[in-house]
Ligand binder design. Structure first.
Ligand code: SF4
Length: 213
């Protein structure tokens, strides 16, 4: 992702990683590129990505090349990011494998065109370290399966999302996530975030539509 910004030096590049999981090689590449181009601000974003901020616009193509990635391909508006916590493999409180679920969700959802930017938070237990209740689509693990939350937002007009279903298997959670997003895509206004959409949508009607198939 390359983004124009209104500050002095006007571009930033966010090359990843996915869900905040890094390798030594990735870190070495980022560090080398940041040093070589004298990047003034290297920041970990809320989306669990590194952002290289404050370079000149003419450096963009070269930086992407040195990172070994395509220069910020433009994709349709849709899933902005999927963030996930360490989950049951790596956290003593974990009930479900949130990183594995993040991979599966990404494969199923990342290419869906949606009315507005849509953020996904996947947490391995009800402690919700990935803020699943305040993401457009949130999933968190419990002993008997995943709970799926829809329509949350953590911005300037925060909203706690609605629990749509509980005790879901991996496959059920992915299918339900797809149906929620399809219903949202079919019925929301252009640029309307899920939180605002759910505020004007009858919850029972929404649930009936997404749970009945
Ligand atoms: S949400 Fe639960 S599993 Fe995930 S990091 Fe927090 S405590 Fe651990």
């Amino acid at each position: 992702m390359t983004k124009e910004n209104e500050t002095t030096k006007s571009y930033n590049i966010a090359p990843g990683p996915k869900m905040g999981v890094v390798t030594p090689e990735f870190l070495e590449t980022i560090a080398a590129v940041a040093r070589r181009h004298a990047i003034p601000l290297l920041k970990i974003t809320e989306a669990q990505r590194f952002a290289l901020i404050g370079h000149d616009p003419e450096q963009v193509a070269q930086i992407w090349q040195e990172l070994g990635q395509e220069a910020g391909p433009q994709k349709p508006v849709g899933i902005h990011y999927i963030k996930a916590c360490p989950g049951e493999k790596w956290c003593k409180y974990g009930r479900k494998d949130s990183l594995a679920m993040g991979e599966k969700m990404g494969a199923a959802l990342l290419s869906m065109p949606l009315p507005a930017k849509t953020k996904v938070g996947i947490s391995g237990c009800p402690m919700n370290c990935c803020e699943s209740f305040v993401r457009d689509l949130g999933i968190f693990g419990k002993k008997n399966g995943w709970s799926l939350v829809f329509g949350g937002n953590g911005g300037g007009m925060p909203r706690i999302g609605d629990i749509i279903a509980e005790n879901l298997s991996d496959e059920e959670a992915i299918r339900l996530a797809e149906r929620c997003l399809q219903y949202y895509a079919a019925n929301a206004r252009k640029k309307e975030r899920t939180a605002r959409f759910m505020e004007r949508t009858d919850l029972e009607t929404f649930k009936e539509a997404v749970l009945s198939k």
